[in-house]
Design a protein around this ligand. Structure first.
Ligand SMILES: O=P(O)(O)OC[C@H]1O[C@H](OP(=O)(O)OP(=O)(O)O)[C@H](O)[C@@H]1O
Ligand SMILES: Nc1ncnc2[nH]cnc12
Length: 181
């Protein structure tokens, strides 16, 4: 009950603070700008604590964040859960040998990669990003992690765009989102 009240309060906080801009970055996209959520300490802290809540007491080896906005929430989440952090980056940015994949997300095509030594088989990972929309980005990140033998124990997002079927794309994973639009 206490957790449900907390969840409702955090969802309300996000709904009040998020900034919504039409036609960015391309016509037809209603862009959900998370910068007001991180510009103020208590809001940022509430959001990171809410992201962590389902994983408190669960064995997790790493939080993996997806460039760029996934880094903003992923690194404080890793510190809160006392895990290491794995950056999943756009291709060409990581210096050590990598595995890569290309994907389509809501308004662009892109490619991401992961250092080949980032994970040992069986290590338990949570994937984090700011927005779950089509799920293309998160599914690509999960596929890379699983190619290295990771066990993906959850995928956490600050915002879920419910009309975009990202949750259906990730239906074999435990998806945790803080606010739905
Ligand atoms: O569910 P999807 O349709 O895949 O969309 C979600 C992705 O889109 C945004 O990233 P973007 O590619 O704009 O990159 P950024 O984080 O570098 O801004 C967002 O941060 C997610 O990573
Ligand atoms: N509508 C949207 N707003 C912000 N980030 C997004 N990533 C994918 N779709 C998005």
């Amino acid at each position: 009950m206490e957790n449900e009240d907390n969840d409702r309060q955090v969802e309300e906080l996000i709904r009040t603070r998020i900034r919504t801009l039409p036609n960015f970055p391309i016509p037809g996209i209603l862009f959900r700008d998370i910068t007001p959520l991180i510009g103020e300490f208590t809001t940022f802290q509430e959001i990171v604590s809410a992201l962590a809540r389902p994983y408190n007491g669960i064995a997790v080896d790493f939080v993996a964040g997806i460039e760029a906005r996934g880094f903003i929430f992923g690194t404080p989440l890793a510190l809160q859960l006392k895990t290491g952090f794995i950056p999943i980056r756009r291709t060409g940015k990581l210096p050590f040998p990598t595995i890569a994949t290309s994907y389509t997300q809501s308004y662009a095509k892109s490619a991401i990669e992961l250092h080949m030594d980032a994970i040992q088989t069986g290590q338990r990972v949570i994937v984090v990003d700011d927005v779950l929309s089509s799920g293309g980005t998160a599914a690509a990140a999960i596929s890379l992690l699983e190619r290295l033998g990771a066990e993906v124990v959850g995928a956490a997002f600050v915002i879920e765009l419910t009309g975009m079927s990202g949750r259906a794309k990730l239906n074999s994973y435990a998806v945790h989102t803080l606010a739905r639009f």
